[in-house]
Design a protein around this ligand. Sequence first.
Ligand code: HEC
Length: 160
Amino acid sequence: MKLSSTIVKRTLSAIAVVAVGVAFATAGTSPSDAQMNELTKQRSGAMKSMGGNMKKLGAAVAGGDNAAAAAAAAAVNEVASKIPSLFPEGSGTGETRAKPEIWQDFADFRSKANALEAASAKVVADASGGSLGSDPKAVVGSIGATCGACHKAYRAPKPE
Ligand code: HEC
């Protein structure tokens, strides 16, 4: 597969910045099996942590705890900003539910991560400013819709 060196370099520097701990031996090569295992572990951990924080967010809104709601949304926001770096070119092989379409339109994939970043930032701002809604379903859903939009386009169904 021919890789754009710009994308690879950008991906590599993004990975260095967030220190996700995956180092590619040579720019322009796809991740090795070992690197893929590490990447999928990190993706899985990142995604599951967001799932956990979405639950915390719902509980915080239900309890009227703005500080806890802001903290949970901020934790989601932090991970959202790292999503693109967890999906470097060529990392769609092996045991992953990441669809090849991710790398056919990475700009769109990135924009879906940005949408999550924006939605979670809004909840942080609303919670901090005291203007957060009191319906847990609506607040969680305002972020969850952006999770779902990306999954619908770029996550393959669970293997049987
Ligand atoms: C920009 C795209 C994108 C966004 C936004 C996104 N995800 Fe994901 N998510 C994925 C992809 C792709 C996978 C499959 C990754 C793999 O299998 O390597 C995934 C996998 C998951 C998994 C399964 C993890 C596992 O290993 O079992 C969970 C849980 C999850 N996402 C939760 C969330 C939640 C919650 C949000 C929103 C707060 C979210 N995701 C936002 C793309 C996204």
